[in-house]
Ligand binder design. Sequence first.
Ligand code: GTP
Length: 249
Amino acid sequence: MKKTKFRRILLKISGEAMMGNKDFGIDPHTVDYIAEEIKKALTTGVEIAIVIGGGNLFRGVEASVKGIERASADYMGMLATVINALALQNSLEKQGIPTRVQTAIEMKELAEPYIRRKAIRHLEKGRTVIFAAGTGNPYFTTDTAAALRAMEIGADAILKATKVDGIYSSDPEKDPDAKKYDIVTYIDVLKKGLAVMDSAAVSLCMDNNLPIVVFNLRGKNNIKKIIEGEKIGTFVKGSHVTRIKKKDH
Ligand code: GTP
């Protein structure tokens, strides 16, 4: 087997990625596509843990603006991530990938509770592990859960799946002069307010020197290519180099 850039990764998938072209909910074809991409990546021998969001089913922050108490809204969002985790587990197992779901809030009848050492054993045995229910606490995003779990399981990087092909200096859909960063530092992400992950998640990665790769999940084989060391998307790390490239037109 070829040597890979990463040995164990934490893949962060947003809830919206499960919708495909729909406005809401779960599109089973899209979930199967995500599972196929994960399957291809696993052929490299990498170990994959996943944190999944819930925004396709329930948006906690928006709901709190509309009058639901923030903590309750966040708990509702955490439950949404469990629904997504079960949908993704189903697609992965249909493709023959042994998968375990662990939840940060105990609901033993439908999934294992989160136990760090057990999650690591699952990964060592070649199982894909999906962490659901965020951190189990309100006021924390699933991006922060991804950073936390990545650290806990000793992942080499977070692969943050998005709809765009990396981090831009401004919104590339609105600004023709937007520049894509190939490499950017955590500090620049925080100082410039670049839309990557919320600041708590980025700070956690920065304090623990955990690289983040922001990439487009719609690009075929992207997860596999990143694991094999191809320069896809934007690499967020701690060195002082920030390299930018003009947007391809
Ligand atoms: P090993 O201990 O390495 O054999 O791992 P394993 O996950 O195959 O064994 P285990 O006996 O722990 O689990 C067997 C199945 O039961 C797996 O599909 C687990 O995800 C599931 N399972 C384990 N613990 C729980 C739990 O607390 N609740 C639920 N709902 N399922 C569980």
